[in-house]
Design a binder for this molecule. Structure first.
Ligand code: PLP
Length: 506
């Protein structure tokens, strides 16, 4: 047995590349949302591992026969759900180089290129985003690639917690309070739990339509005062640029001004929308980031880079190092002792780490800043096109103003049988109306996704059920957006043409 035989690697590698190239050529033939039932795979594959080797041909055949049906095709140009995690040839090949070298760059010395390329790429990207000087190495800040935003929040929250507890003593942990909005991604709540914040001290402050579901600085300040009066200690604010539900934007500058008064750590989570800020016209959305302590965005969402790749910058990386570094004898080395190098293991949760910078470096070099900007602008243009199609149809409405490449829309209440001008003509009143409109929109989504023709997801904001059309696939074109809209209309027309009684009970 030779698991790293160069000849076989070349032969099998070509096969896998051909297999994937063919997959991309044919990707539109598959139903976008997988249609399998839970447990489908155990019925198709053997219940124990083979005793003897099997050829790559047979394995790829099984991928085609048995894995494909259970795939939801995230790279399909007809994928408009959640937020995309788009990819590119450059990044896939970067992943291949990463797996091929398979270095564990925990310390600088364990693979200097892994550390130094990561610092370089984060510096390039920081400049592309026009991040303020204190986030970049020449301003004493620095960037690191984490696996995902959840890790970035856990790491920064840990640093914030320890910074306070070093002054006040560990017993104060029960008094620490963290703040976000009811639109902040659920990863924040999980991070707070992991870091030991009392669940009663987790504030998900209510947002409303009046602030377009952005967190209001006044409500933050009021909540902080209430907590201080109750003997608690404000610790951390997670502000979001581009929320998961509807891409709302928290007003960074006024929020930071409030949080800074109480010496809180401010993290800006721009997991999705951060990528757009490489375009000067979108950079305004992170104005105010200069007052924050840390900022992150997921290159694995909208930046042609596959999972996992979260880019995190901090003004004070030492705060992270103080919380996360360890110094066992078996890792001691001269470079670390010289204090001339970064040991990225001290900036993250795990010890070992992948050479993720390679894929990002390949993306930046293979495309260049101008093409990356065009990629973002193209998706925003396509989202605008979809938004215009929705607006032209009186049966539908756009529910929130669009900031990036996400369109939130629904069948409008007056489009539902038995309701005119949004008023319902039966004994159940307003609540009934909202439930019915929500139910009808949910039915529409279900019918569209079950057709397999394209895939969208939903959210509920302020009690309103919303269809989310998120443009982000690498292969998407105008043709796909127009076709998707036709599918929406077809399904909506058939739902809305049902008799009112069936419409309401279907
Ligand atoms: N924050 C925002 C705004 C998001 O939209 C998401 C995921 O969509 C996350 C955080 C979670 O990111 P991750 O899966 O990288 O932890």
């Amino acid at each position: 047995m030779n698991p790293l035989d160069p000849g076989e690697f070349r032969r099998q590698g070509h096969m896998v590349v051909d297999f994937l190239a063919k997959y991309y050529e044919n990707i539109e033939k598959y139903p976008v949302l997988s249609q399998v039932e839970p447990g489908y795979l155990s019925k198709r594959l053997p219940s124990s591992a083979p005793q003897d080797e099997e050829p790559m041909e047979a394995i790829l055949d099984d991928v085609h026969q048995h894995i494909f049906p259970g795939l939801t095709h995230w790279q399909s140009p007809n994928f408009f759900a959640y937020y995309q995690t788009n990819t590119s040839t450059a990044a896939i090949l970067g992943e291949m180089l990463c797996a091929g070298f398979n270095v564990a760059g925990f310390k600088w010395v364990s693979s200097p290129a892994a550390t130094e390329l990561e610092s370089l790429v984060m510096d390039w990207l920081g400049k592309m985003l026009d991040l303020p000087r204190p986030f970049l190495p020449f301003g004493n800040g620095g960037g690191v690639i984490e696996g995902n935003t959840s890790e970035a929040i856990i790491c920064t929250l840990t640093a914030a917690r320890d910074r306070v507890l070093r002054k006040l003593g560990h017993n104060s942990i029960a008094k620490l309070v963290v703040y976000g909005s009811d639109q902040t991604n659920c990863s924040f709540q999980k991070a707070a739990r992991v870091v030991g914040i009392d669940p009663r001290n987790f504030r998900a402050l209510k947002t409303t339509r009046s602030t377009l579901f952005g967190l209001s600085p006044d409500s933050l300040e009021k909540a902080i005062h209430l907590d201080i009066n109750a003997g608690l200690i404000p610790l951390y604010l997670c502000a979001t640029v581009g929320t998961t539900s509807c891409a709302a934007v928290d007003p960074l500058e006024p929020l930071c001004k409030v949080a800074s008064k109480f010496s809180m750590w401010i993290h800006v989570d721009a997991a999705y929308a951060g990528a757009s800020c490489i375009c000067p016209e979108y950079r305004k959305f992170i104005n105010g980031v200069e007052f924050a302590d840390s900022f992150s965005f997921n290159a694995h969402k909208w930046f042609l880079t596959p999972l996992d790749c979260c880019c995190l910058w901090l003004k004070d990386p030492n705060a992270l190092v103080k919380s996360l570094s360890t110094d066992p004898e078996y890792l001691k080395n001269e470079a670390t002792e010289s204090k001339q190098v970064i040991d990225y293991a001290d900036w993250q949760l795990s010890l070992s780490r992948r050479f993720r910078a390679l894929k990002l470096w390949l993306v930046l070099r293979s495309h260049g800043v101008q093409n990356l900007r065009s990629h973002i602008r193209n998706h925003c243009r396509l989202a605008k096109l979809f938004e215009e199609l929705v607006e032209e149809d009186p049966q539908f409405e756009v529910v929130f103003p669009r900031n990036f490449a996400l369109v939130c829309f629904r069948i409008r209440p007056s489009g539902v049988a038995g309701m005119s001008n949004g008023h319902v003509e039966n004994e159940h009143g307003e609540a009934w109306k909202l439930n019915e409109v929500n139910r009808l929109n949910a039915q529409l989504l279900h019918a569209i996704n079950a057709s397999g023709r394209f895939f969208m997801s939903h959210t509920t904001v302020g009690g309103v059920y919303v269809l989310r059309f998120a443009v982000g696939a690498t292969l998407v074109t105008e043709k796909h957006v127009i076709m998707a809209w036709k599918v929406v209309q077809e399904h909506a027309n058939s739902l809305l043409s049902m008799p009112a009684s069936e419409q309401h009970s279907a």
